[in-house]
Structure formats: structure tokens, C-alpha cells
Design a protein around this ligand. Structure first.
Ligand code: GLN
Ligand code: ZN
Length: 758
């Protein structure tokens, strides 16, 4: 019999009740005992749901109080020394201290989980003495069994992945750390085996990245040791997000099952299976339902894929599963009442994906006739969306097809533009500016809500926004900034704002996914061809410019950032979606220019987030990401100054691509990377205008003039003074007005000192 399996279920709850419980607990509004019982109820609900739907292998221990990597570190007593931890089960205050910081100790670093928008807490090994503080997977297994009679499948982060994602040790100490951790894993699997657990899922997504010979050696040691320690326990060695590297080594490991991603790693994994076969004594976890995308699967297509796999792996040795944990998709489409039927029926969130898994399993076990009706439904839903007007904007498709074979280029090279822009703008040495947004006070948010609810009419709302613009234009002039911004008071979010004004986007009511901790995001859905339907930012920008003689920078979100922070359609390549966005944004850029705005910033903070995990795809991605930016910005006059802004992630290995974007000025976050980025620019001799952020906007602290002078001087040792701009690290939306004004004053003072000196 073919069986179904889920690799992990979203924690946040259909109503984000998990998030609400965490935040209430942190705010002291929920006692610990009540909090624990609320979370248990949420956890059991999720298990019950999967049980009712008929999943065979239901994951346990995939639930978390914050993040599963932090859970794993805490389970092993890996607690940074700055937290007062005295051994034993890690208390909630210590646990949340690591995640969020305390008044005495900084939080641990948080970073992106592979190429997803989920962020995990990076374990810090230095100084730790690993011990097993509790067998969490066992506790989760017992709970599911006792409360619901579920024979759960404990999910455990595998030793190699844990080690490679941790920091605070040297490569040369890897073996020593493995020797400390492996016995603890042995203890876990032995206790699980003793309890009668049948399957565990060991998550080793690190196996889809480039690995060294030493890593492979360690992998063998790990799984030989675990298999020998618990011979009756079935280990599913689970990978996801890409095709595995070292396929032959991996399938030769002495584990019972190998889980592969047949969505995001489909071509590589199929190739490997066909070329090298699949061991006759193993089970294949076939990840055919996309755990990351929001689209309904073509059941007939998936059945064909499973049948293709069955040519190599006998049917009864297949487990039909999600490609990865369902953590990355919203809970259910059931509560969506505002989407068109066409769109809603083409979506599948976690619960709908579970239904798909069950249906496919049924079809494999009893023949596809058993699900004839559902097969038909899925085909029809997909077709209906495919044939909708939204996906058939022929004029857009043609325009983008033409653009994609052209080389988007400004009319003049940078050196000439720079000269012309200097003549036009007469900016001083080290021009000062900000990144776009100014503090969004509670008043601003309240005004927007009143307007959205219809309590305020357009006129009232626009009047309010104009007042804010007036206030902040005055403040900027008074501080003495050279290039001003309107402040972005009309925007909640830099993607949603544009998505609401462009055609081809839809917004769910409840399509939340966890980004980190209790923070959830509700990405817009790009489901159709994207079209510019009218000016988006011209009105506020033109108004701001009318209030001052200094230049006001227009402010747009770039094509790649909009795409990477949305759920996107999968019937066309991402490259084409990026060009459609770029084409729409180009029309806004041109409208701004027409309206007399001569400096336009196109933000790309998320440009790196879509970077594939490896290989040639990375270079391809960067090439079309750069091209999309250029499509959006290349048609302006030479005197129009194009700015861009980047933050959040590492850029040191993509400076060539940043340069290829050909923006006249880039502002880039540096203060948190402790100037490491400056080194990279040293090696790369960046030749365009650049402002390295001189202070961190993530803290309410007002930086001193001396600190900023230090940052400026350090940068000027590497960068050409004539091309250097002075600005904060990022937008100031989340800061208070007083600290913002004080910080910017100091920034201008530091600029004066630098001007006098250079
Ligand atoms: N212009 C945006 C702002 O200032 C940029 C935000 C960002 O980089 N994330 O808010
Ligand atoms: Zn930023």
C-alpha cells in the first residue's frame, strides 16, 4: 500500500492564534501555564486535522515555541554564555532571551533558512557543553499518541545540518563537535526506538548544497552510528529545496528511507534516480506536492510523475509527501471570501495540499478511477485561471517579449551622466539624503485605517498626507539635507502599496506565513500578467517637490523586490514576471520624470532573496535581475538621476552585479556588517555614486558625530570622494521623530566636518 506523509505543518494557526499567544505571553498578559496550555491546544488541533484528512505519517515535534533550530539547540543545552543558564530543561525566559534579546544580553543572530523567507536563530557553539536537556521528539510522540492515538513521526533536525548552520567554531573543530553531538542523537533515537516509534524524519536540507569530502565522511559516520544504535527504528533521511548533491553516497547510507524534493529539485533528482537507480531495500519519500508554492497541483501531472518514479522504485516503496515542510505556505484557503472563484479554486494552502497528498495516495493504491472527479476538478480549475483575461494580456506579453531580447541601456555611460547631473543639480561634495520613509506615527496609521474603513473620504486622507509631507519637508530643509524625500506616509508596506495599484495582483485575507518568531507576513499574490494602470506615486512626489527648491527623490520599489516578497504564479518563468514588473515600473519612472521629478530611487533590498542555492542558476538569476532593474530605469534622460537602495543581506559577493545595474547612486546598508562591506569595495573599485549607510536605523540610539565621522573616513579610504554620498542605513519608518531628527542632525554635522577636510 502506498502511504502519505507531511514533513511539517504551519505553526501559526488558521487565525494566527499561535502568534497572538506568543505576543500575549511576552507582554505579560498570559500566565505561563495558560500559555503552555493554549499552545498545546493549537498543536493538537493541527495533528487532529491531519489525522482526519487521512495522512499516514503525521509529523510531530515540527511544532515550535519560536523556531525549530532554536529548539534543537536548546534541547542540546547549546545556550550562549551571556544568558544565565544553569543547566536542565531550558526555561522560557532563557529560550525567548536567545531569540529576542534581554536587557542584559543581545539576541542570537537570525538568518534566512536556505532560500526561503523563513528565518532561524543561529546556534552558537562556542563555550557550550552539549547535553540532552530533554528528549523533545519523544515527548511530542507521546503526546500525540496519548491524546489522539496518533502514531506520530518525530521530525528532528539532522546532525550535519545542525552543525553546518551553527557558528562559533572552526572548521578544524568540526569532528570534535560531531563527537559531542552524535552521542546525544544516539540517545534520542534509542529512546524513540524503545518507545516503539516506527519512523523518524531526520531533516538534512544541507545535503542539497555543495558539500566537501569531509562533510560526506561525517554524513556516513552519523548515519552509520544512528542506524547501528537503533536498528529497528526507520530513519527517513529528508532533504528539500533542491536536488541532492552526492546522490550515490546518500542513497548508500544505512537508513530506511530517503526523502527527495521532486518540485524544486525535480530535474536533478529525477536524473540521479534514472542514472544511478534506487536501492531495492529503501523507501523513497517522493516530495511531489509543493510545500512552498500556493498553487493547486495538477493531480494528473503529479500522478504521471509518480508513475515515472514507479518505473524505478516499486509503488509500495513510495511515500507520497510534500516537497518540504508546509511551514512556508498559509494554513487554508477556506476562509478566503474576497478572491474571485477563478483564483481561489486555483490555490492550495497547507490544508488543501494535505488533501492532494491523500488523493494521490488513494489513486496510486486503488487506481486513478478512484479520484476521477477530483482529477477533473483540478484540471478544470487550473485551466480556468490559465484562460482568464488576467493571464492573457497580450499587449503586455508582446511588449515584454520585445524587451527581453533587447539590451536595456541608458543613453549615456555613467561618466557622462555624472558630469551632466553635476551641472544640473550642483550638489555639494558628499551630498546628504535619506532612504525614503520617515517615522510612521500612530496618527499616520490611524488616518490610513479611517480612510480604508470609509470614515474618511479621499480628500480628508490626502489632506492629512499632505500635512505630513509639509512637516517633514520643513524638517529636512531645516536639518540641511541636500536631497529630500516625501516620506512615504501613504504606504503601509513597500510591496503591498504597489501591488494594490498594479493589475495582476491579488490580496488574500488570511494568507499569512511565518517569517521569523511571531512575525508573519501576508505576501501579495501575483497571479496574472502585470499591467500599469495609472500613476502610483506621482501625486505625493509632485506635491512634495512643489514645497521646496531642493530636489525631491521619487521612491519606487524595484521589480525583483516586489517579486521576491510576493507569491508568484508558476506557469511562466520568474524571469518573465520580473520583466513584466519592470515594464510597469518603467511607466511610473517615466511618469515621475514627466512630472518634473529628476531623481528617482528604485529600491531593491530583496534582490538577493531569490538567489538560487547553487550553480549556474545563480549567475542566470543575477543576470536577469540586473536586466529587470535596467528595464525599469534605462529610458530616462541623462540628467535624471537614478538611485537604488539595498539592505538586509550580504552583498560582498555580488558587487559586480550591483555595478551592472548602472544606478547613478546606490545607498547600501553597512553599519551592521561592521564595515566588512567596505573591504569588498576596496577589491572591486566601484565606479558609480555610492552612499554607505553611516548609522544603524534599527536602534533608537542617536549615533554621535564622531562615530559617523569614523564611518565616513573609513569609507573614503576606499571609495572616490567625488562619488560618495552620506545617508543612514535604511528607511526611518520605524523610528520615533525625536531620535530621527537628532540622528540626522549629527549626520549633517559629520558631513560638514568631512567637507571641510576633503
Ligand atoms: N524606501 C524604503 C524606506 O525607506 C526602503 C525600505 C527598505 O529598504 N526596506 O522605507
Ligand atoms: Zn533598507
Amino acid at each position: 500500500m502506498v502511504r502519505s506523509s507531511v514533513l511539517g505543518y504551519p505553526r501559526i494557526g488558521a487565525d494566527r492564534e499561535w502568534k497572538k499567544a506568543l505576543e500575549a505571553f511576552w507582554a505579560g498578559k498570559l500566565e505561563e501555564a495558560q500559555f503552555l496550555s493554549n499552545l498545546q491546544e493549537i498543536r493538537l488541533n493541527h495533528l487532529r486535522k491531519q489525522q482526519e484528512k487521512g495522512i499516514d505519517y503525521i509529523p510531530v515535534n515540527d511544532f515550535s515555541y519560536y523556531d525549530h533550530i532554536l529548539d534543537t539547540a536548546a534541547m542540546f543545552g547549546i545556550i550562549p554564555q551571556r544568558f544565565a543558564y544553569e543547566g536542565g530543561v531550558v526555561s522560557l525566559p532563557v529560550y525567548y532571551g536567545i531569540a529576542r534579546g534581554t536587557k542584559d544580553a543581545a539576541a542570537s543572530e537570525m538568518t534566512k533558512w536556505f532560500n526561503t523567507n523563513y528565518h532561524y536563530i543561529v546556534p552558537e557553539l562556542s563555550g557550550a557543553t552539549p547535553v540532552l536537556t530533554e528528549n523533545k521528539p519523544l515527548a511530542a510522540y507521546r503526546e500525540a499518541k496519548q491524546k489522539l492515538g496518533i502514531e506520530g513521526k518525530p521530525v528532528i533536525v539532522g546532525p550535519l545540518t545542525l552543525l553546518k548552520l551553527s557558528k562559533g567554531y572552526n572548521i578544524s573543530e568540526t569532528d570534535a563537535w560531531l563527537n559531542r553531538l552524535l552521542p546525544l542523537y544516539v540517545q534520542i533515537v534509542q529512546e524513540l526506538a524503545q518507545e516503539g516509534v516506527q519512523w523518524v524524519q531526520m531533516d538534512e536540507p544541507i545535503l542539497v548544497t555543495k558539500l566537501s569530502e569531509a562533510d560526506i565522511q561525517n554524513l556516513k559516520t552519523i548515519y552509520e552510528t544512528l542506524a547501528a544504535a537503533a536498528p529497528n527504528l526507520n530513519i527517513m533521511l529528508q532533504t528539500y529545496f533542491e536536488a541532492v548533491e552526492h546522490y550515490s553516497d546518500i542513497v548508500a547510507l544505512p537508513v530506511k528511507g530517503i526523502g527527495l524534493d521532486f518540485v524544486h529539485g525535480i530535474s536533478g533528482n529525477i536524473q540521479s534516480i534514472k542514472a544511478f537507480g534506487f536501492p531495492a531495500d529503501k523507501i523513497l519519500g517522493a516530495g511531489v506536492i509543493d510545500g512552498r508554492g500556493i498553487w493547486r497541483a495538477s493531480l494528473s501531472g503529479k500522478l504521471a510523475l509518480l508513475e515515472e518514479l514507479a518505473e524505478v522504485v516499486a509503488l509500495e516503496r513510495l511515500i507520497v509527501q510534500s516537497s518540504c515542510s508546509l511551514l512556508h505556505v498559509p494554513v487554508t484557503t477556506a476562509a478566503e471570501t474576497k478572491l474571485t472563484a477563478e483564483l481561489k479554486h486555483a490555490l492550495a494552502f497547507a490544508d488543501e495540499k494535505i488533501d492532494e497528498l491523500v488523493l494521490l495516495t488513494k489513486a496510486l493504491s486503488s487506481g486513478s478511477a478512484a479520484i476521477a472527479e477530483e482529477l477533473d476538478q483540478s484540471d478544470r480549475a487550473i485551466q480556468a485561471l490559465q484562460q482568464s483575461e488576467e493571464r492573457n494580456r497580450i499587449n503586455i506579453q508582446q511588449a515584454v517579449a520585445e524587451l527581453s531580447v533587447q539590451q536595456p541601456e541608458r543613453s549615456r555611460p555613467f561618466a557622462e551622466r555624472h558630469r551632466a547631473q553635476q551641472v544640473k543639480w550642483q550638489l555639494p561634495l558628499f551630498p546628504t539624503t535619506t532612504i525614503g520613509s520617515f517615522p510612521q506615527s500612530p496618527d499616520v496609521r490611524k488616518a490610513r485605517q479611517m480612510w480604508r474603513k470609509g470614515e474618511w473620504n479621499n480628500e480628508q486622507y490626502i489632506g492629512f498626507i499632505r500635512e505630513q509631507i509639509d512637516i517633514w519637508i520643513k524638517i529636512q530643509e531645516e536639518i540641511g539635507l541636500d536631497v529630500l524625500v516625501h516620506g512615504e506616509f501613504e504606504r503601509t508596506d513597500m510591496v503591498e502599496f504597489f501591488g494594490e495599484k498594479l493589475a495582476g495582483f491579488a490580496f488574500t485575507q488570511n494568507g499569512w506565513v511565518q517569517s521569523y518568531g511571531s512575525r508573519c507576513v501576508k505576501p501579495p499574490v501575483i497571479f496574472g500578467d502585470i499591467a500599469f494602470t495609472g500613476e502610483m506615486t506621482v501625486e505625493e512626489t509632485r506635491y512634495a517637490q512643489s514645497r521646496t527648491n531642493r530636489p525631491v527623490k521619487g521612491m519606487l520599489t524595484g521589480p525583483i523586490t516586489i517579486m521576491n516578497w510576493s507569491f508568484v504564479r508558476e506557469d511562466i518563468p520568474r524571469e518573465r514576471i520580473a520583466y513584466q514588473l519592470a515594464y510597469a515600473l518603467r511607466q511610473e519612472v517615466e511618469a515621475l520624470e514627466q512630472a518634473g521629478i529628476g531623481m528617482i530611487q528604485v529600491d531593491e533590498p530583496a534582490v538577493r532573496e531569490g538567489l538560487p542555492l547553487k550553480g549556474k542558476e545563480q549567475a542566470d538569476y543575477l543576470a536577469w535581475a540586473v536586466k529587470a532593474f535596467r528595464i525599469a530605469t534605462c529610458t530616462v534622460q541623462e540628467t535624471t538621476q537614478i538611485h537604488t537602495h539595498m539592505c538586509y543581506c550580504e552583498f560582498h559577493d555580488m558587487i559586480d552585479s550591483i555595478e551592472a545595474m548602472d544606478a547613478d547612486v546606490i545607498s547600501i546598508e553597512t553599519s551592521r556588517s561592521h564595515g566588512e562591506l567596505i573591504h569588498s569595495f576596496e577589491l572591486n573599485t566601484y565606479k558609480l555614486g555610492i552612499g554607505l549607510g553611516v548609522y544603524d536605523i534599527h536602534s533608537p540610539r542617536v549615533p554621535s558625530v564622531e562615530e559617523m565621522t569614523g564611518m565616513i573616513e573609513r569609507a573614503l579610504r576606499v571609495l572616490d570622494a567625488k562619488l560618495f554620498w552620506i545617508n543612514p542605513d535604511c528607511g526611518l519608518k520605524t523610528r520615533g521623530p525625536e531620535e530621527t531628527i537628532a540622528s540626522l542632525r549629527n549626520m549633517v554635522d559629520a558631513t560638514m566636518i568631512a567637507r571641510a577636510k576633503h
